[in-house]
Design a protein around this ligand. Structure first.
Ligand SMILES: NC(=O)c1ccc[n+]([C@@H]2O[C@H](COP(=O)([O-])OP(=O)(O)OC[C@H]3O[C@@H](n4cnc5c(N)ncnc54)[C@H](O)[C@@H]3O)[C@@H](O)[C@H]2O)c1
Length: 385
């Protein structure tokens, strides 16, 4: 079994280290900050206690998992690794310089992976001489609980490395999908309208946040509403992803961020973690009641889901991933109640196209343009599955 080197011992690096050690690998977790390492170690110990209490692990297994992870504050400690997964700060310059140093330390056949959410794998790979061994391996937070991992070969990545990386992550009992090296990969691209269209509906005054959240959960079947979810993720993270995707797509209006969310961020209302976001979580605050109007709720869900489906179809149209992987990514990466392409089949592609055309005609905005693949499939009376 390959030794695994994890670089960055924050939320993601710690979670990935736990996954790799649980799968039986010996792991070296490197971070420049000693405090991050000790925090990571103590958090893992707590998780292990909980898993033993829940009888998900025996105490021997928990001990063995912890024993397989060593913590290091010197980069040389990762030199023996057969695969490195980097999960440091989301900054291209810092990541490139790290990859360049790491390449000089490890053996020639070591796989170098980045867990980046938004940077191009090609640009990270360009920092390495053997760029064909660099790949994106994108876990979701929390890594031990979320089954999905997006595997993202860069244009430089060799097929052998992509196959090997995917089979390693498969052996960690994760659900892997293959995605093209484009902004947001699959999930962070296809999910944009869940937030963006919901916010737009609120900004237009069609409904308030609690009504939209209620509709998306009760009628749409989503686990959380868009406002609850963005408050939970934190606007510092969710808004920044939206803004990055928008910029990276050369300012395609489909991904345009909203002023409502930007102002929350500027005001420091980051969501649950700061006690206030779209909702107020401070003591004594009263959660607003939704208007449980089924007709209004259905209209909201139809609009958001049509936009999500359009995004999924366009990702397929542009060969970002296969239809199967696009649906798998959304059900296992963000817990959507159904795969969006299967949902399109179920609703009827003609219905989805009609909903989008109505929006497009009403607004005359490029944001609502139906994907050419949707039009083609309706013309040819085809389904996705
Ligand atoms: N948090 C998420 O939901 C999430 C999900 C998927 C992917 N990601 C990606 O994973 C990466 C890490 O995110 P995170 O949320 O774990 O961040 P984090 O801030 O929790 O942890 C980052 C860690 O990296 C360390 N670090 C920074 N620069 C370093 C360097 N040069 N060398 C070694 N260690 C260094 C920091 O000390 C910190 O402990 C980012 O690229 C992020 O985009 C995050």
């Amino acid at each position: 079994m390959k030794k695994v080197g994890i670089i960055g011992g924050g939320a993601m690096g710690s979670g990935i280290a736990q996954v790799a050690a649980t799968a039986g690998h010996s792991v070296v977790l490197f971070d420049t900050k000693i405090e991050a390492l000790s925090l990571s170690k103590s958090k893992l110990a707590k998780v292990m206690v909980r898993l033993v209490e829940k009888e998900k692990l025996t105490s021997e297994e928990a001990e063995a998992i912890q024993g397989r992870i060593s913590y290091a504050d010197n980069l040389e400690a990762i030199a023996e690794s057969g695969i490195i997964i980097e999960a440091i700060v989301e900054n291209l310059t810092i990541k490139k310089s790290l990859f360049s140093s790491v390449e000089k330390l490890v053996s020639a056949d070591c796989i170098l992976a980045s867990n980046t959410s938004s940077l191009s794998i090609a640009s990270i790979a360009a920092a390495c001489e053997k760029s064909e061994r660099v790949i994106g391996i994108h876990f979701f937070n929390p890594a031990p609980l979320m089954p999905l991992v997006e595997i993202i070969p860069a244009i430089q990545t060799s097929e052998a490395i992509a196959t090997e990386a995917r089979s390693i992550i498969d052996s960690w009992k994760k659900v892997t999908v293959l995605a093209k090296d484009t902004p947001g990969f699959i999930v962070n691209r296809v999910a944009r309208p869940f937030y963006g269209e919901a916010i737009r509906i609120m900004e237009e005054g069609v409904a308030d946040i609690s009504t939209i959240d209620w509709a998306m959960k009760e009628i749409g079947g989503f686990r959380m509403g868009p406002f609850e979810l963005t408050d939970y993720i934190g606007h510092d993270v969710n808004y920044v992803v939206t803004e990055t995707v928008f910029k990276e797509f050369f300012y395609d209006p489909r991904y345009k961020p909203s002023f409502s969310q930007k102002r929350l961020l500027e005001a420091g209302r980051l969501g649950r973690k700061s006690g206030h976001g779209f909702y107020d979580y401070r003591e004594g605050a009263v959660k607003p009641e939704p208007t449980t109007d089924i007709a209004l709720g259905t209209k909201i869900v139809n609009r958001v889901v049509a936009m999500l489906i359009n995004e999924a179809i366009d990702a397929l149209f542009l060969n970002i991933a296969s239809a199967k992987d696009i649906d798998l990514a959304m059900t296992t990466g963000v817990n959507y109640p159904k795969g969006l392409l299967a949902w399109a089949d179920e609703k009827g592609l003609e219905t989805v196209l009609a909903q989008l055309e109505e929006l497009y005609n009403d607004y005359c905005e490029d944001r609502y343009r139906p994907s050419p693949l949707l039009r083609k499939m309706v013309r040819e009376q085809k389904n996705f599955f």
